[in-house]
Design a protein around this ligand. Sequence first.
Ligand code: GAR
Length: 190
Amino acid sequence: MNRIVILASGSGSNAENIINYFKKSPQIKVVCVLTNKRLAAVIDRCNRLKVPAFYFNKTAFLNSDMVLSFLKSQNPSLIVLAGFLWKIPKNLIVAFPNKIVNIHPALLPKYGGKGMYGNHVHETVKANKETETGITIHFVNENYDEGAVIHQASTKVSQSDTAEDIATKVHALEYEHFPKVIEKLLNNNG
Ligand code: GAR
């Protein structure tokens, strides 16, 4: 059995999509979701979907090995960042080489780095009058949004699109591509 642990900070619509995608899989299972936001909507989604969810604070994440120990105890085949907004500390990068993947809501290297997340990205894409945007799924290293790219997909942006319209298009790409890319990574590993 391939075991996925998801880290999410907010709404968790990608987390829900991934959980549902693998719900009936005999080989791949989302074993739990971790969040750094005590009131994140992803926790409500996990309650509804009957997936265990755990909260940790900054001290546990950055100044202890507690999150590391917990992750090790889950024996994950893959750690999936689905809208997780804290930088991953070195102890986790070292412990899980090529086992942590992130989705970014833009075509990296454009619109990456600190502060570039969620709607900030889409607002900047709009302000810059881009004609296309997209998603990047990549391995995670010690720098924000700089790990090796695994997969990108793009969508057209028209000048009349609002930032919300762009977000909707990008989310649609995320829902379509992220579970399939995860599945492919796990199948290639095994
Ligand atoms: C997603 O669009 C994801 O790409 C983005 O946050 C959103 C989370 O949505 N991630 C980043 O910006 C990471 N830098 P969700 O909580 O509904 O899945």
